[in-house]
Design a protein around this ligand. Structure first.
Ligand code: NAD
Length: 251
């Protein structure tokens, strides 16, 4: 008899951050399609509630930079679904700009948005991920962690710290059956990309992508759904590019 696919997420609960648009919204849709209960977290209440209603997910409005909002996210998810199996750390990116213009305030904001939020929320979720039969932590970062992108100095400076933390965490949690992986999207067609093309050339970027087009958010979400599933049970501590072949390095 043929075996059932190992990508079914029925009976599992996922938290997806930055879920009102772009990559986060596509991830919420994809995990829901695979059968998971999904808690969607983002700042824009109306948009978030509209999308969560459409998908049939739980909407929790809040800001990733607020420890109180992160506690509320975990409490509401546990109150509604009774557990947490999958955590997707995702959100907005820091403003574009050169390294010469980084000051204390912009650096602190970027560290709070990109690093503190993921570490804090993961720590809040860990007691529940430990209760899961197969806990999953998945971070959405950027191709900038492999190849820094001109004029995105804050992203280039702070995101590698997240990947370093995730790699270390994967070693510490392996014995508890929890996997920790990160995804490095290249150029994905979202609101964020449109903002970036206010200050850089779209055609020059397209010319660097072997597949000859920008990615669709669902092409990132499909990799997240795989990592969240039983099919990825022996994958941990990795950084997976989803960039249409744009990064030039071998590893
Ligand atoms: P997006 O701007 O389209 O969506 C970001 C989502 O996060 C939105 O739902 C927004 O409301 C939410 N969000 C932003 N700040 C938040 C906060 N403080 N608290 C709660 N929610 C918040 O962005 P995207 O293109 O989907 O990108 C997602 C992540 O991937 C970002 O960190 C981005 O920098 C990164 N990334 C994107 C690309 C790309 O080409 N789109 C490439 C590499 C990396």
């Amino acid at each position: 008899m043929k075996r059932a696919p190992n990508t079914d997420l029925r009976g599992r609960t996922a938290i997806v951050c930055g879920a009102s648009s772009g990559i986060g919204l596509a991830i919420a849709e994809e995990l829901d399609r695979a059968g998971a209960n999904v808690a969607m977290f983002a700042r824009r209440r109306q948009l978030l509630e509209k999308e969560a209603d459409r998908i049939g997910a739980l909407a929790v409005q809040g800001d990733l930079t607020s420890p109180r909002d992160l506690r509320k996210l975990v409490e509401r998810t546990i109150g509604t679904f009774g557990g947490i199996d999958i955590l997707v750390n995702n959100g907005g990116g820091p403003p574009a700009g050169p390294a010469l213009e980084i000051d204390d305030e912009s650096l602190e904001d970027a560290v709070t948005l990109l690093l503190f939020s993921a570490v804090r929320l993961t720590n809040l979720c860990l007691p529940h991920l430990r209760e899961s039969k197969a806990g999953r932590i998945i971070n959405i970062t950027s191709s900038a962690v492999r190849e820094p992108i001109d004029n995105l100095a804050l992203s280039n400076a702070v995101r590698p710290g997240l990947v370093g933390w995730a790699k270390t965490l994967s070693h510490e949690l392996g014995s508890q059956g929890i996997t920790v992986n990160s995804i490095a999207p290249g150029r994905i067609a979202t609101e964020r990309l449109e903002e970036l093309y206010e200050t850089r050339s779209r055609d020059e970027d397209l010319a660097q992508i072997p597949l000859g087009r920008f990615g669709d958010p669902h092409e990132v979400a499909a990799v997240v759904a795989f990592l969240a599933s039983g099919a990825a049970s022996y994958v941990t501590g990795t950084l997976i590019p989803v960039d249409g072949g744009a990064s030039r390095g071998l590893l």
